[in-house]
Design a protein around this ligand. Structure first.
Ligand code: CMP
Length: 513
């Protein structure tokens, strides 16, 4: 028989044409999937060529009457390896990922390894020796190798578990410790995980280390977008009102957030601490793209810097001052005079007291107490006993009733020049309403004895206060009645619904009837 006809026969016997066809198809498929590395197909081609060459040598040997089997077995081994190489690439790298089933790379490698082992066993059997027996009888060698490969095996198992439980995936942004720079996972290999840093460096972390240490996955939170909260600190003179600082920064960041700053949840500002004449503020915002973290921090700092400048607030100058002031009677007097002047100015703004004689105003100013309140603070609480009268110098306050209700009712809004607290002062009864600071609120408080002095000297004031008091009392009872009426309506409605339910239940009607 001629070489070529025997070669053809051998090819068909080994089903090589089918293998070549499978290779061509897989190659075409792999061209459609750019993520398949080219070397897989190159390896398959090399094995296929090895198989063909070995088969040709074996055919040549048969034709020339040579008895040896090595070339035939080699061709068989190459053929099986080519089948595995083409099969794994076609199934696990080309077809399954297309239907949404992407096995971890390590698992694919592991399956390939098992396939190669099976090939060795099959080839060994054809060659007349038992590879399986060889593996089991060399237990001591296996133990020695296993012991020396302890770390490597730890890394491999680590890599396997990382891939299987999907705790860290390629593309995740991770940080390997608090304050450590973040990097993007680019590969989870058998032995290590590669993390590309922003510095264009790559950190190689052995998988064994990775599974044992704490890793922060940036922007991963159940049910939330892949955003992360950032904090930018500001240091401002502690004498500046925190309300002004917070308002200036929150306003600019909420109305006009820089790129990659989320609108919802909105950025917010906190007063973190006050120490050594410096108040530390934290601007917190959610970063919608974890990549440009420092540039976005910088944009936030710039926005806030300008907003603070516009509000006339300057950043703290690191300074340590030692105040060595001798408290002399003159200095104390100067201070008192300055304070009294301020109080007189405040009194003049309140209609009720602006008409008092200068002497009385001065006597009254002596007894006023300065009382600043932050937004949301209660100046008076409904139902509490207290007899102070408050004059508003700056800011606004809300008058509310119904402290025991879910939604208290707003009765009035008071501003600069107005006063409150006169009802308890005049009648001695508990506070009729709660007065809450709607903005930062600056007030002066006058106690009962000071007010008594004014009444004695200017009795007509009682008239004016009584008029305001009467008007407010009427408005208050109207608001109370309105609230009682709506509550009564709600109670009747709920009673009605309750009875309706019982009637329906009694007659077996469903709710739609
Ligand atoms: P007093 O009851 O001492 O404490 C709560 C204060 O809220 C009350 O005095 C009034 O000064 C003020 N207040 C109550 N009702 C009204 C109203 N309708 N309009 C404005 N202020 C009010």
């Amino acid at each position: 028989m001629s070489f070529w006809s025997l070669f053809g026969e051998q090819l068909w016997a080994a089903r090589t044409p089918i293998l070549i066809l499978a290779y061509i198809l897989t190659r075409a498929l792999s061209r459609l999937s750019p993520q398949i590395e080219r070397y897989h197909m190159r390896a398959a081609l090399t094995l296929l060529l090895g198989h063909l060459v070995a088969l040709a040598i074996s055919t040549g040997q048969i034709v020339s009457g040579y008895e040896g089997h090595i070339a035939g077995i080699t061709s068989f081994a190459f053929e099986l390896l080519a089948i595995i190489s083409i099969g794994v690439t076609a199934l696990f790298r080309a077809v399954l990922p297309r239907v949404g089933l992407r096995l971890p790379r390590i698992l694919v490698d592991l399956l390939t390894g098992v396939g190669v082992l099976v090939v060795f066993i099959a080839v060994g059997r054809r060659a007349g020796f038992s590879v399986a027996g060889l593996i089991t009888t060399s237990a001591v060698v296996t133990a020695v190798i296993g012991f020396s490969l302890q770390d490597t095996l730890g890394n491999i198992m680590g890599g396997l578990s990382l891939q299987l439980d999907k705790s860290i995936a390629v593309g995740d942004w991770v940080s390997l410790g608090p304050g450590e720079p973040a990097g993007r996972v680019t590969e989870v290999r058998w032995r290590y995980t590669a993390i590309e840093m922003r510095t264009w460096d790559t950190v190689i972390v052995p998988n064994g280390v990775l599974v044992k240490s704490k890793v922060t996955i940036i922007g991963r939170s159940t049910g939330q977008p892949a955003w992360t909260r950032r904090q930018v600190d500001f240091f401002i003179d502690f004498r500046t009102s925190p309300t002004d600082v917070i308002e200036a920064m929150e306003k600019v960041l909420r109305n006009d957030p820089p790129a990659n700053v989320a609108r919802d949840p909105a950025p917010h500002v906190l007063l973190l601490s006050t120490k050594d004449s410096v108040a530390q503020y934290a601007v917190r915002y959610w970063l919608t793209d974890v990549v440009p973290d420092d540039p976005t921090d910088s944009a936030v700092r710039i926005r806030c810097w300008f907003a603070l400048r516009r509000a006339g607030i300057s950043l703290a100058i690191p300074a340590a001052s030692v105040f060595l002031t001798q408290e002399t009677p003159e200095r104390a007097e100067r201070k008192t005079n300055r304070e009294i002047d301020q109080r007189l100015r405040a009194l003049k703004k309140v209609d009720l007291f602006s008409g008092l004689t200068a002497k009385l105003q001065r006597a009254l100013a002596d007894q006023l107490e300065f009382m600043p309140f932050a937004v949301g603070e209660a100046v008076t609480r409904e139902g509490e006993k207290d007899d102070g009268l408050f004059m508003i110098v700056e800011g606004h306050a809300l008058v509310r009733i119904g402290k025991d209700h879910e939604t208290p009712k707003e009765v009035a809004r008071l501003g600069p020049g107005q006063f409150f607290g006169e009802m308890s002062l005049m009648t001695g009864e508990a506070r009729t309403a709660s007065v809450i600071a709607a903005t930062e609120l600056l007030c002066y408080r006058m106690n009962k004895s000071a007010f008594q002095q004014i009444l004695e000297e200017t009795p007509m004031i009682a008239d004016q206060v009584a008029e305001v008091l009467a008007k407010r009392k009427t408005a208050l009872s109207a608001a109370q009645n309105e609230r009682d009426e709506s509550r009564r309506k709600r109670e009747v409605e709920s009673e009605k619904q309750d009875l309706l339910g019982r009637i329906r239940g009694f007659f077996g009607l469903d709710a739609s009837q």
